[in-house]
Each structure stands twice: as C-alpha cells, then as structure tokens.
Design a protein around this ligand. Sequence first.
Ligand SMILES: Cc1cc2nc3c(=O)[nH]c(=O)nc-3n(C[C@H](O)[C@H](O)[C@H](O)COP(=O)(O)O)c2cc1C
Length: 366
Amino acid sequence: MTTTTPPVAGPLTGLFTPRTIAGLRLPNALVMAPMTRSHSPYGVPTAENAGYYRRRAAGGIGLIVTEGTLVDHPSAGHETDIPRMKRAAAAGWESVVRGVHAEGAAIFSQLWHVGSRRDPVDGQSAWTPSGIDEHGTPNSHAMTMAEIDRILAAFGEAGRLAYEIGFDGVEIHAAHGYLLDEFLWPATNRRSDRYGGSPANRSRLVAEIIAEIRSTTSPDFPIGVRYSQFKELAFTARLADTPAELAELLTPLVRAGASLFHASQRRFAEPAFAGSPLNLAGWTKKLTGLPAITVGSVGLTRDALRGDATDPHSLAALADRLAAGEFDLAAVGRPLLGNPEWAAAVRTGDLDSVVDYVKEHEDVYR
Ligand SMILES: Cc1cc2nc3c(=O)[nH]c(=O)nc-3n(C[C@H](O)[C@H](O)[C@H](O)COP(=O)(O)O)c2cc1C
C-alpha cells in the first residue's frame, strides 16, 4: 500500500484513517466494489487476475470485494470466464489473496448464483424460486426443496473454501436480481412453502447460507451480505417500501450470524425512504446495528472529487456522512476500472491524474 506520502489534510482525511470493522483491521474506509470482469478461463483465477487486484490494493484501496464468483454448481452460471469458488481454482485464488495482503489490504470473496440470468445450457433451464419473471411470466425452473438444499450446500462449501484459502471474509451476493435476490423479492418469489410469503420466509435461504458458512468457518469470520432495492433489469423495483418492512427482511440475517451489510444503490446520495436523509446503508446500519458499506457513484467524476460538502454527490459530502457514523465504509466501482491508483490519487490530492469513468474502461483489463 502506498503510505509514504502523507494525505492532504482536508475534508477527505477521515476516509483514510485505519479502522476496525466486523473485527477486521482495515487501513482506510475505501472498498473496491465487486465487478465482474470475465477474465478467468474455466473459472480459475490467473496471474493476470492476481496482478489486477494487487494493483488496486497497492493503489490504496483498503478492502477488496472480488468480482462475483460462482458457487460450484452448474446452475450457478454458464459463462466459463467468470471465476468460480472450487477446489481446482484454490491455488489461483491463493495468489490473488497473497498479492492483496502483501500490499496491506484485505479481501473478501463475493459468492454468486445468477438465478434466472443463466442461459439455458444442455436443455437445463435456469433455477429460480418460482420459475417466473417479475410479471409472473414463466421463464425458468422453480426449484424443489431438494434443489434449494443443494444450493445451500454449494454456498456453504464455497464459504468454507474461501476461508481455507485465506480470504478475510465473504460477501453473499443477494443483490441486483440474481438468485438470492429473486428469493427476497415478492415479485419473483411466489412460493407457498417456508421459503416464500412473509419477509422472514423470503430471507430464509440467505439466513441459512449465513448460518451454514458460519458453522463451517469460525465465529469471527466476517460474513457480509450485499443486497439492493433495485434490480439490474428493473431500476425502480423495491424489496421494502418502509423501514419496518426492511427490518423484517434483515433481522433474520442478523440472527443467523451476518457480520456486515453492503447496501447497493446506484447513487449513494439518494435517501432510501421518504422523510429521512439516510441512504440504504444508513438505514441498514440503524435497523440492524451492524456495520454497513455504502456504494453508488462515489467519487464517480472529477467534479465529485473536487466538490465541497454542499454538493450532496461529492466525495466530501460522503466523507462527512461517514464521519457522522451513518455508514462505515464506502465502495468504489467504475472509477477503479480506469484508475487502479484512484485511492492514492485522492488521498494525496493528485486529482489531475484521475480520468473520469467512460464505458470503454469496462473493456480494459489491467
Ligand atoms: C463492469 C461492472 C461489473 C459489475 N459486477 C458486479 C458483480 O459481480 N457483483 C456485484 O454485486 N455488483 C457488480 N457491479 C456493481 C458494482 O459493484 C457497483 O455497485 C456499481 O458499479 C455502482 O458503483 P460505482 O458507481 O462506484 O461504479 C458491477 C458493476 C460494473 C460497472
């Protein structure tokens, strides 16, 4: 990690002080958001992947959440370049973890099942809670109880393997309309058994996954849950219309042993519910008492980096809200694609070296 140059004193300094979150010592408040890159042939991380993550750690990020990593079951996803959490990939992951640790940063593995977003392969349709899209149109295979058990076991094994490999924690991907979010969302979960209906039933599978990983790792292994109101294919969708409804969904996850939450929004500055300025991470922390990561257009442009706290979208405004304790960490995604040294540049005030995100950065891998 680049620690030789002192930070520029000012409104952003608080982002760069060490802290302990969910029992984990972190050098600062900045998290690399999980971003699928599809650069791991046959699901196995390569030296190129290790270099990619190490560069962001060396560039000053405190905690890396890996790209979505498929749990080891054929229904989890069909793309062969997306990394997997499987025995054959363990050595590749070990070198990723080693490189990040060598730079003084921590790293979580994001565990993923794409649900309805898997293309039909070999005549097998995608696995989902109820076999329907949000309009009720049949589009996939409604999972049996035995199939739910298999996916629960696959997440459990993936968590255990991540722990053995040396990851500092895992993040369960329950956001953006993929399998676990399809269980959370009543539009796609119309089950009448113990996995459907009430909010507690809809969050049961995620809770069971947490408990399973907890039982095969250690009491203090950080287990995070990423969730969102919006879906990648339905930006205005909502899991909960009120804080009380959100509490009903999240409380079983806390009871199951979750350590922290990653509340995914497209823009961190937007309030989660009418009548309060708190964003989704703010409400999550308030309702659960657990640490929360915020995300969504954090420092996305150089204007946001230069703006003062009167601009609600600025990094300075974010730093104020973090200092006030609304949330604990802030994740940055797209800016890190084109700027591996983004965090160090922000810390030292070298903003001229930062290039604004453009879509083409998603095609570059370095
Ligand atoms: C190329 C790309 C890939 C992404 N892949 C994932 C993923 O694998 N898992 C996930 O939870 N979110 C994924 N996201 C969402 C990001 O983690 C993040 O929430 C989003 O980009 C908003 O943050 P930003 O404004 O800082 O980019 C992806 C985003 C991008 C741009």
